[in-house]
Structures are given as C-alpha cells and as structure tokens.
Write a protein that binds this ligand. Structure first.
Ligand SMILES: *Cc1c(COP(=O)(O)O)cnc(C)c1O
Length: 375
C-alpha cells in the first residue's frame, strides 16, 4: 500500500489499481504445484492460431532484427479492403487495448470527461484515470432486465455534458457478455453530439454477429465521431502477439497517429495478423467450437443450479449467489483456472471462457465436484 513515490505520480495514477489478469497456468503450477491445468480465464481462442498465421509467424522470424513498418501498410491495406474503408481510417495498436489508451491520451485532459457503464470493460476506467480525466459511470441494466448488468445506453447518454469527449461502449461487453442491437446503437449515435467521440469496442464481433450484434463499421461513414475497435486477440487466436485496430474518420486516425508509438506493432504481429485474415476456415471452426461450447456451458451450469447471463462472446458470466473465493480456490486446486470478477464489483460472479469440448467438460465436472463437497 505504502509507496514512497506515490505523491510524485500524476493525480490519476495515484488512485489507480493495476489491471488483474487471468492467472497464467505456470503461476498456478508455481503456487499450488498443480500440473495439466486448463485456463478458461482470459477469453483466448482454445483452438489457437490458424495454419496461415502460424506459417507467416515462422517466416517472419528472420526479419525481427529490423524495425517493423511503422505505418503497418500491408495489414492496414488488408483491413481497409475487408471493411470497405480507406487505409487512412485504420489505426493499428499493440492490442486494441493500446488503441483504447491512445484515444484517452488523444482526447482527454484533467478537465475532460469520459462516460462508460458500470461493469464495462476494465480498461476504460484505467485509461481514463491514467489520463487524470473525469469518469462518469452510468448505472448498468438492473438484474431483472433481458440483458442483466448490461449497458443502459439511455443512462449513458444522460451523463454527457459540455466537457465530455469520449463515450466507451462494448458490444458485446466483457465481463457481462451482454449486448445491444442495431436500433439502440443508431439511436445513441443520432443523439450524441459530434464533440463526443463514441468508442464502440467490438473485440468479440466475430462471435457476436450470429447473436444479432450489429456491425458498427457500417455507421462510420454516417457518424464521423464514431470509432470502432477490433482485435486479433479473441476469435483470431493471436492474443499473445498483441494486435488490434481502430476504424475511424481519417481525421481521428490522424490525431491517434500523432500520439501512437512509431513502432507499436511488431514484425511478427503484422505478418501473422495479415495472414490470419486468410484463415477463413480456422475462423469458422473457432466460431463453431464456440457456438457448441456456449450451449454446453450454459446447460451444464444451469444444471448445477447456477444463473448464467446471456452472452454473445466466447465466455459466460455465472452467478454463484455468494462470494466466489472458496469455489475459485477449489477449482484452482483441481487445475481449472476461471476468472473471478471482484475487480468489477461482482464478487458473486465467475467469468468462464468457452474452451474445447474436453476443457468444457473438465470445468463442469470440477465445478460439480466442488459444489457437491459443499465448498
Ligand atoms: C479482450 C478485450 C479487449 C482487448 O484486447 P486486446 O488483446 O488488447 O486487443 C478490448 N475490449 C474488450 C471488451 C475485451 O474483452
């Protein structure tokens, strides 16, 4: 707690608590001596990267003595083509997390405000606080809502004032899995003044499309203050390479580019991401695995008497109805890593990533055993 230099830190940083990541399997092995653990804690793709991105990654190794192409031209051109936008509208990031932070650095000051939702993705409060800006947190949907704990876009709109510069929305949201439809999104975009940049975080878009989640990129031409962020970390299976991007009006991209580190995306990252776009079969296999896994996890958790929120992502948020600490510890001892979300003020919930069929069964069996023991 005591930090001898804390008084020297920027005001926002003084109150900042670091992001809590999912426990790496090696750490579990170090701490509890558990072998053969499975990690369903960080919404990674259990099928791993596709064959073309693996090959491109291997082929990129000899080139790593050189700096990457700082403009990321090849990948940006591919993404522009894929999304039907100009290359000037694409900004690459070291994960989409980097792009979210760039947006905060570009548009926020201690005098400016950002709006996000209660239970919104944890990086929004981090980015806003690190910029020493003011956070306006909208209450989430109530538990009885069709999208419990999800974004209440009307409540978010109501917090917009003259000092608001950014509004962060995730569709679907992590950790809740909840989403909103096209009509709600368009209503929001119509109502928000142009001085507020709407950051639509679509990290799970590939998974979410089949649940009726809209493709936000379709509104870029109509709403110049819209920024859509995407990532290669989730459905594309490249979380370890750190590569994401924003699509925006070229003038927003121009500003982000002034703040961006010149070489923020690595040589292997650029190569593997561009190649991943050709791994269409692998993407389809990943979506199919997720589709079946979501159904299985929902049914299995419900059979254990647990409430599961609707999810359009590759994870579910499950309500244990009591503090999750002991159950989480017991799962860890059985080599199953899931994600407690106390850092989101949800001490009764566990977030569970969809795994392979075997991993899903192992999680369900472990959880059933733990609950049967009366933990
Ligand atoms: C995982 C995630 C991201 C960012 O992931 P990166 O690996 O930095 O691209 C962004 N938003 C949400 C909602 C996420 O869950």
């Amino acid at each position: 707690m005591d930090n001898r230099f804390v008084h020297l830190a920027a005001p926002g940083v003084r109150r900042l608590a670091p992001y809590v990541p999912g426990k790496p399997p090696e750490q579990l092995e170090r701490e509890l001596g558990v072998r053969d653990s499975i990690k369903l804690a960080s919404n990674e793709n259990p099928l791993g990267p596709g064959p073309r991105s693996r090959a491109a990654l291997a082929a990129a190794i000899p080139g790593i003595a050189m700096y990457p192409d700082g403009s990321g031209h090849v990948l940006r051109a591919r993404l522009a083509e894929r999304h039907g936008v100009a290359i000037e509208q694409v900004t690459l990031g070291n994960g989409s997390n980097d792009v979210l932070v760039l947006l905060a650095e570009t548009f926020l000051t201690p005098a400016h405000e950002a709006v996000y939702s209660q239970y919104g993705f944890a990086v929004y409060p981090l980015a806003v606080q690190a910029a020493s800006a003011i956070a306006r947190v909208a209450p989430a949907n109530p538990a009885a809502h069709a999208m419990p704990l999800g974004h209440d876009l009307a409540a978010m709109r109501a917090l917009i004032g003259p000092q608001t510069r950014l509004l962060f929305i995730a569709n679907p949201n992590n950790p809740t899995g909840t989403w909103f439809g096209e009509a709600e999104l368009v209503e929001l975009l119509r109502a928000v003044p142009e001085q507020v940049i709407v950051v639509l975080d679509e990290a799970y878009h590939e998974y979410a499309l089949e649940h009726g989640c809209p493709d936000g990129t379709r509104w870029l031409a109509q709403f110049p203050n819209l920024v859509v962020t995407r990532t290669f970390s989730k459905a594309w299976g490249l979380a370890g390479l750190r590569i994401g991007y924003a699509l925006s009006h070229p003038d927003v991209a121009d500003l982000l580019n002034r703040v961006r580190q010149p070489f923020n995306v690595s040589v292997p990252g650029l190569a593997a991401a561009a190649a991943a776009l050709d791994d269409a079969d692998h993407l389809q296999a990943s979506l199919a695995n997720n589709r079946a896994g979501l159904v299985r996890l929902r049914a299995g958790l419900a059979a254990l008497g647990l409430f599961v929120l609707p999810s359009a992502g590759n994870f579910v948020l499950c309500d244990l109805g009591r503090p999750v600490g002991p159950v989480n510890q017991a799962l860890l001892r059985r080599g199953v890593i899931v994600r407690p979300v106390g850092n989101y003020d949800l001490p009764h919930h566990l977030r569970i990533t969809v795994g392979t069929p075997e991993q899903n069964e192992r999680l369900l069996a472990a959880l059933a055993a733990v609950l049967a023991e009366g933990v």
